[in-house]
Ligand binder design. Sequence first.
Ligand code: NDP
Length: 270
Amino acid sequence: MTDRYAVVGNPVAHSLSPEIHAAFARQTGQDIAYTRVLAPLDEFARTVETFRASGGKGLNVTVPFKGEAFRLATERTDRALAAEAVNTLRFDDGRVHGDTTDGPGLVRDIVDNLAVPLAGKRVLLVGAGGAARGVIQALLDTGIEALVLANRTVARARELADRFGSEVEPRGFDALGDAGFDVVVNATSASLSGEAPPLAPGVFAPGSLAYDMMYGKGETPFLVAARAAGAAQLTDGLGMLVEQAAESFLVWRGVRPQTAPVLAMLRGTE
Ligand code: NDP
């Protein structure tokens, strides 16, 4: 029997996850079906329960439900506990297993796909919302030299950084100076409104990687600004999306799919 999975969110129509998981299934010979489920904003738990009760095996969870999914899970991985967010649910005999694969997805994309080692690097993470929270522990685990967290609302950066002790240093945008970071990750939603976070050009060290978690058509405002500031390598978040999906596939199926051909397919280079 075909095992059923889905991505649940609101909105969810734009999600590329069904295409990605269909490609993983073809590649690995796994018999799964993967669809999109739109949950009403106040009916996430009921939507999950309906899917589970009808025989569904697992769900990816996207905006705005990752916090609710964390609370709904009956058991959580350490990385989900660190992020206080869940993007992957697996239903096992009445138990609801919650995991988050966003952090490992970002790190794999940077280290493996872009061939940028993170150990010993100075990293600037911009934003203090759910996306930033979900990747901090995974970044710290790579052995980076420093992690600075900058956010428009500085109090939010402080609050988030505090959860990780002295390992994360919170700052406002105007307190970054010309600090020169090796890797600058944009985890804000500023691109959605056609804006870039106001970063001084000096935050991009010579040879730096500028990484925007956003993806879509063309270069985001953050990447345009990073290019003008002299960042050596620029990328959007499509690789992270594919890598987090591969990690979810592993959680559900026990098989890690190859990501390069799927990323190439999505980028239209195949
Ligand atoms: P949240 O709403 O939780 O947080 C938004 C963040 O963006 C806050 O830090 C907010 O700052 C900041 N922000 C918004 N507008 C601006 C602006 N104009 N200038 C500066 N800062 C701004 O969103 P999420 O954290 O959930 O998502 C952020 C982005 O990450 C989304 O665009 C999402 O698509 C992307 N993402 C990509 C993934 C991938 O797989 N590639 C996975 C997860 C997320 P403040 O606190 O001051 O309001």
